[in-house]
Design a protein around this ligand. Structure first.
Ligand SMILES: [Zn+2]
Length: 707
């Protein structure tokens, strides 16, 4: 019996999709075969293969060269990357109890393994011998950049520190991972367990569709005569915008902004500890603060420039928001005669903005019918076809979820560019928001390009009624285009070196923010905005109204966004966190130091500011702004040609996207546009400043230039 069962077990352990070649269309992951229990073994094998490859580099007796050290290092770890990408993707899109358990054991091991590579003294010795001679070796710019990037990874891992400091650094990393997974788990738990229940009789003003969803949520919880709302953006924000009951808006919004601030899922101590550890790490690596450390690794390396850019944007936004507030006050005091304008609060802003939008502009309800998910998707596909000549062909491929759509992306010369997954709907086990994942990166192998496999994930509402498709609001349309911008960047990538595949973080959002710019251009709208029922084309007046409404409430929008960026920079600029308190810190910084208007909250308060609590956007929430500045600047270059899909500009853009990691961003951007990004186009297109004023400034400058 014993023999049999252990035999059985042995066979099971080796029966792992990660140990086999993927015999699937275009080599996509065999999702239907990958089970949660496969990951741990797959990681173990990936670690040992990776370690073996590193060992080969280290034990090579030849003099270290670019080829035998740098290039070999760049090529190592392919299986690790494959397992990691898919694991991360499944954690985000199809999490379960088993996956969460696996995360707990696997993620600390990953971090530990990766840091052990960058703690390898012999390997660092080889790398630094090449780094020291990088100017005299015959390396082109890209190769030199690769050497510098790899060297930087080692110094970030503490390669220049003594032994005890290095072990402390490792200790810090381990603790950070533990804290960060506790933080994410708290946010996920808070969001998935909390719900706001309201007696049906008290729900007034909400659109039918939102009420239907709220009834569904209540039914799921066996709550009769109730409606249930959640922290999902598609639930709470429509509620805040349309519920006539002010007290309910207040309670729900207060619960939202108090997420993970106390109680069972409290993140405040975690944040405090994480900040201390990050500051200690930055200091050990020789930086003034964690923000300085992070910014030094970006395309724009000057913290002063970044700070003043964010402050400048915030200043214009806050001013514009004050103007907007004035109009909302008027409406508010008309509805609440007993109140004066000082009673106007943040939970009122959403409601009165929506009221004003409906009265004077166009509401999402009026135009949703023209933005069915399928039409919007077609719109993005058509646009990419107009720009780059690429097409999208649906293919049958294994998926992890029935609603996922899979396409082969084909170049105009009919060669395959890669595979695109679109995972549109919200569901349990899927994280909130929208994102793009690189499942299998494109790679140059022996001069041949391996096609990329990329996925975009959204949280749109799955249709309940079979006769009515998912209809998107303008924000969601923009989100759809945004993620497609990331996807196209991954699909286009032709960088020879793996470690240069991604450009610096501050420019990562550039292709996606740029893609957004096209979504509502009149000529593009006419190509996809058709009524879902009768295919009637969107009218000229609706297009005009859309252009107008896009500028509506932008002061508010940009204020909450840039406030979050400021908050993030400020918290990571601190050196001493004794007596740190997340709540009072936020108050001090935003409302006292920067005089933000009190009716606006930052996009995220610290306890649920997941972007910056993870490593990716730590001291880097401003990346969105920096990238957006570039996007508006580039889009203006398209506009200047007289054709927003100008082929020649698109060709230059594609060249930039193909090789965006090869060169430093500044010079490749300069090569594409001819100048460095200027914030003016963003302020203009967001309506923070007027075209007229900008022309006046230009005119004044021309006239003044005589002096
Ligand atoms: Zn993005």
């Amino acid at each position: 019996m014993t023999t049999l069962s252990s035999c059985e077990k042995k066979r099971d352990l080796n029966d792992n999709p990660f140990f086999e070649e993927w015999d699937t269309p275009h080599g996509v992951p065999p999702f239907s075969k990958i089970m949660p229990e496969h990951y741990e073994k797959a990681f173990e094998r990936a670690f040992s293969l990776y370690a073996e490859e590193i060992n080969q580099i280290v034990s090579n007796n030849e003099t270290p060269s670019f080829q035998n050290t740098i290039e070999a290092f760049d090529r190592a770890g392919e299986m690790f990357e494959r397992v990691y990408n898919i694991f991360e993707y499944i954690c985000d899109t199809a999490s379960s109890k088993e996956i969460r358990e696996a995360q707990k054991t696997i993620l600390p091991k990953v971090k530990l393994f990766l840091s052990s590579i960058y703690q390898n003294e012999k390997l660092f010795d080889k790398v630094s011998r090449i780094y020291d001679r990088r100017m005299s070796l015959e390396l082109d710019k890209t190769e030199r950049r690769l050497v510098e990037k790899i060297y930087e990874r080692f110094t970030d891992g503490g390669a220049l520190l003594d032994k005890s400091q290095r072990s402390r650094l490792q200790d810090i990393e381990t603790q950070c991972v533990e804290i960060q997974s506790a933080i994410s788990a708290n946010i996920l738990a808070q969001d998935s367990t909390y719900y706001f229940e309201v007696p049906i009789s008290k729900v007034e003003g909400l659109p039918l569709e939102i009420k239907d969803l709220a009834r569904e949520e209540a039914n799921r919880r066996n709550l009769e005569d109730k409606m249930v709302f959640t922290f999902r953006r598609s639930s709470i924000f429509p509620f805040l915008q349309t519920s006539n009951n002010r007290d309910l808006r207040k309670s729900f919004y207060t619960a939202y902004t108090s997420r993970c601030n106390k109680g069972e899922w409290d993140n405040t101590d975690n944040i405090h500890r994480l900040m201390e550890l990050r500051a200690e790490k930055a200091e050990m690596l020789g930086f003034r603060s964690y923000a300085h450390y992070r910014i030094s690794h970006q395309n724009e390396k000057n913290p002063d420039k970044i700070f003043s850019m964010v402050k400048e944007i915030f200043k214009y936004a806050n001013l514009k928001a004050k103007e907007e507030r004035g109009r909302l006050f008027t409406q508010f005091t008309m509805d609440n005669r007993e109140c004066d304008s000082t009673d106007f609060k943040s939970w009122d802003w959403w409601y009165y903005a929506e009221k004003l939008r409906k009265k004077e502009y166009i509401s999402d309800d009026q135009i949703r019918n023209f933005f069915s998910l399928d039409n919007v998707q077609l719109g993005a596909f058509n646009l990419l076809n107009r720009l780059y000549g690429i097409t999208f062909r649906p293919i049958a491929a294994p998926t992890y979820e029935k609603n996922v759509r899979v396409y082969e992306v084909i170049n105009d010369d009919l060669s395959s560019l890669g595979v695109l997954y679109i995972d549109p709907y919200s569901r349990n086990g899927k994280k909130q928001g929208a994102w793009c994942s690189e499942l299998v990166p494109s790679r140059e192998i022996n001069g041949k390009r391996r096609a990329a496999i990329v996925a975009v994930s959204y949280n749109f509402t799955e249709p309940i009624d079979k006769n009515r498709p998912t209809l998107l609001g303008l924000k969601e349309v923009r989100t759809f285009f945004h993620e497609m911008g990331h996807a196209i960047h991954f699909l286009f990538c032709r960088t020879k070196y793996n470690l240069l595949r991604h450009p610096e973080w501050d420019v990562v959002e550039f292709p996606s923010k740029l893609m957004e710019q096209w979504a509502f251009e009149p000529s593009i709208l006419r190509s996809y905005a058709f009524h879902y029922r009768n295919s009637e084309a969107i009218s000229k007046s609706s297009i005009e109204k859309i252009q107008k409404v896009l500028l509506f409430n932008q002061g508010f929008d940009l204020t909450e966004l840039s406030a979050a960026a400021l908050l993030d920079l400020e918290i990571h600029m601190l050196k001493d966190y004794t007596d740190f308190n997340a709540d009072s810190f936020q108050q001090e910084v935003l409302y006292k130091k920067y005089e933000m208007i009190p009716q606006i909250e930052p996009r995220y308060r610290l306890p649920y500011f997941a972007h910056i609590l993870k490593d990716d956007y730590a001291a880097g929430y401003y990346f969105y702004l920096y990238s957006e500045v570039m996007a508006h600047d580039t889009f203006d270059a398209f506009v200047q040609t007289g054709d927003v899909t100008d082929k020649r500009m698109a060709q230059q853009l594609r060249k930039y996207l193909e090789s965006s990691g090869d060169l430093d961003g500044e010079s490749s951007y300069q090569a594409m546009i001819g100048h460095q990004p200027e914030i003016m186009h963003m302020l203009l297109r967001r309506g923070m400043i007027q075209k007229q004023k900008e022309e006046e400034i230009d005119k004044e400058q021309v006239e003044d230039s005589d002096e």
